[in-house]
Write a protein that binds this ligand. Structure first.
Ligand SMILES: *Cc1c(COP(=O)(O)O)cnc(C)c1O
Length: 271
């Protein structure tokens, strides 16, 4: 409403299914209908998740959904990703832009073909083709998607249970959705523990436990500071940054390793 009043409505909104927890897509879609913006889901964390019983990526509430297949993601093709859409026009456009804006489809050409060798460049595209070798890796990885996400849920359920007594805010799960659990992010209740956020983090790293911080609020990065954003602009994101920590979450994590993570965290927090 504020944005509509000052004439600053976005053309496109990119909801991120952060950590694998699907956003409230129906609500975002309703806003899109009302204010006339397009929706691109950033589902880099959410392949294998569901929203209202349907898979993330079916674009029921969006124009395009993108997955990332970077090596740290749920499934990988070493690098690369995928864009999905139900819109034929967008699909054609994406296909063109993937490969230099070149087409061999007579229907997209401005004149009859000179011969069977003929192609036309109809847009200025990119070189974004996935290699066959990467695609082969992806085809084998996707067969394991359910297995991977199921295992991630087992790990999450175990963390939920075994961390329940610590002064932590554990991930919240919307009842309408099934997370892909790309990340398991805890938030330290800093007023209830003696060590600082950084001390807990460093104590875990000192034990070779690869905790991480997803993510540094982007408006505090130099690029955005140069655009005029400054610390204090997004207090919720900044509060999250002061408390958040991703603890190990991947399908090959064993129960014994998970116990080590939990014991180390308990010690690091002085509990
Ligand atoms: C990894 C990631 C991206 C980028 O994916 P690329 O495959 O590197 O382009 C974008 N958004 C989120 C939320 C991610 O986690």
């Amino acid at each position: 409403m504020e944005a509509a009043k000052v004439g600053k409505l976005p053309k496109v909104v990119v909801p991120v299914h952060l950590t694998g927890q699907p956003c409230d897509l129906a609500a975002i879609h309703a806003l899109g209908q009302k204010y006339g913006f397009r929706i691109i889901e950033d589902a880099s964390h959410a392949i294998g998740g569901t929203y209202k019983g349907e898979p993330i990526g079916n674009c029921r509430y969006s124009d395009i959904t993108v997955f990332s297949f970077h090596p740290v993601k749920i499934i990988t093709t070493a690098e690369g990703g995928m864009a999905l859409t139900n819109n034929d026009e967008l699909a054609t456009r994406l296909g063109l832009l993937r490969s230099h804006g070149i087409t061999r489809d007579p229907a997209l050409m401005t004149q009859p073909m000179d011969g069977s060798w003929y192609y036309q460049q109809v847009a200025l595209g990119y070189n974004y083709r996935m290699t066959d070798i990467q695609a082969a890796l992806g085809a084998s990885q996707i067969n394991r998607l359910t297995q991977y996400v199921t295992r991630r849920h087992e790990i999450a359920n175990r963390y939920n249970e075994l961390l329940a007594d610590l002064p932590l805010t554990l991930p919240w799960q919307h009842p309408d959705s099934y997370s892909a659990y790309h990340l398991y992010v805890i938030r330290l209740q800093l007023d209830k523990i003696a060590p600082t956020h950084r001390e807990v983090f460093e104590a875990m790293r000192a034990k070779d436990i690869m905790v991480n911080l997803h993510y540094i609020p982007v408006h505090t990065q130099p690029y955005y500071q140069h655009m005029g954003f400054k610390a204090g602009d997004y207090p919720e994101a900044e509060q999250y940054y002061r408390e958040a920590m991703s603890i190990p979450m991947h399908p090959s994590l064993t129960d014994a390793e998970q116990d080590t993570v939990i014991d180390s965290l308990r010690q690091a927090m002085g509990k």
